[in-house]
Design a protein around this ligand. Structure first.
Ligand SMILES: [Zn+2]
Ligand SMILES: [Zn+2]
Length: 351
């Protein structure tokens, strides 16, 4: 039986460790891909830690969702190298994006096509083995999107960071002809959000970010302005937006960032929260009707949205965001760098 190199998480609170595991024979409609690129995501850090911090000492645990050992990596592109006996509609040599958001196919969310919100998820790199490996198996060709010439390395982050920001920005409705969108956080997600807002014809993006180097990266990526939070931030944001603030995308998701968003939004404003940093917000309830505020969460995106997003990339080009390419063997160091905030742009691991 063939074997492959991979990186696994073996316990919560640890890191990811090298392993060599057997490649089982493919069954049914399974498809095997040689991994070309796998993006490293903040949720990989959370999975290794074993929880999301909700603030006030409350946590969401991964204990009931992750079985060890698990190969992480849910932003994966690869070349098809092997087909199960019932796999149809794809061919050896096709270069594809793996749609990692695989649901149970039975719950109410799945019935609506929202497999990313499935109650019994089977996500690649979370609930089943992912792409920090030489090969990755997907259960059915339906979860593969042919890249048809798009660069598979630059395309890999579309699956999570790209789709997450795409789906979040779509929740504001059409961006064209409106004032710039405010985006809090200029990490990997923030920089890709600037590019996707441009693909969606936004007038521009105003970034709020604590870290000076990341503010500069946001400006380099085309942000209209990059503002430090703190005293005077709300005035600075209003000035940069050029009027009332209607759309804030919070990619950090801390108590402080959500509070800033609620404070700065004007009448009929909308806050979309994606970040999972943790914390709580104090919201005077009458502000909801008086300002007609909308607060909405967004969690990755659906398989259909990923297909729409890839189609948009064919029309307008891939979202340009800085990539930090590293060999697969650098996975543990890269994970630590991401956890400690030493990464600008998106880390891509390549076997
Ligand atoms: Zn992710
Ligand atoms: Zn489901």
């Amino acid at each position: 039986m063939r074997r492959m190199r991979c990186y696994q998480v073996n316990e919560f609170g640890g890191s990811i460790e090298p392993a060599e595991i057997e490649l089982p024979p493919l069954r049914g409609a399974q498809v095997r891909l040689r991994v070309i690129a796998a993006g490293l995501c903040h949720s990989d850090v959370h999975i290794c830690e074993g929880h999301y911090d909700l603030g006030g000492g409350r946590k969401i645990t991964f204990a009931d969702r992750i079985k060890f050992p698990r190969v992480l990596g849910h932003e994966v592109s690869g070349e098809i190298v092997e087909l199960g006996p019932e796999a149809r509609g794809v061919a050896i040599g096709d270069v594809c994006l793996v749609c990692s958001w695989i649901g149970c196919g039975e719950c109410e969310q799945c019935a609506q096509g929202l497999e990313n919100l499935c109650l019994k998820p089977q996500f690649v790199g979370v609930n089943r083995d992912g792409g920090f490996a030489e090969f990755v198996d997907v259960p059915h060709p339906d979860y593969l999107i042919d890249l048809k010439g798009l660069d598979p390395v630059a395309a890999a982050p579309m699956v999570c960071s790209g789709l997450t920001t795409y789906s979040a920005l779509k929740k504001f409705g059409p961006l064209a002809g409106r004032r710039p969108v405010v985006i809090i956080g200029a990490g990997g997600l923030g920089l890709i959000a600037i590019a996707i807002a441009r693909m969606l014809d936004a007038a521009g993006v105003v970034v709020v970010e604590l870290d000076a180097a990341k503010r500069q990266a946001a400006l380099d990526a085309g942000a209209l302005a990059a503002i430090a939070p703190g005293d005077g931030a709300t005035d600075g944001i209003r000035q940069a937006v050029g009027g009332s603030v209607w759309a804030v995308l919070d990619l950090v998701g801390s108590g402080a960032t959500a509070q800033l968003a609620v404070d700065v939004l004007d009448k009929t404003g909308k806050l979309v929260v994606v970040g999972l940093f943790g914390g709580a917000v104090e919201l005077p309830v009458p502000m909801l009707p008086l300002k007609v505020l909308t607060i909405q969460g967004s969690y990755t995106g659906s398989p259909a949205e990923l297909r729409d997003f890839v189609a948009l990339a064919h029309a307008k080009g891939l979202p340009s965001a800085p990539l930090d390419r590293r060999p697969l063997s650098a996975a543990p160091v890269a994970l630590r760098d991401l956890k400690e905030g030493r990464v600008v742009g998106r880390v891509i691991l390549q076997p």
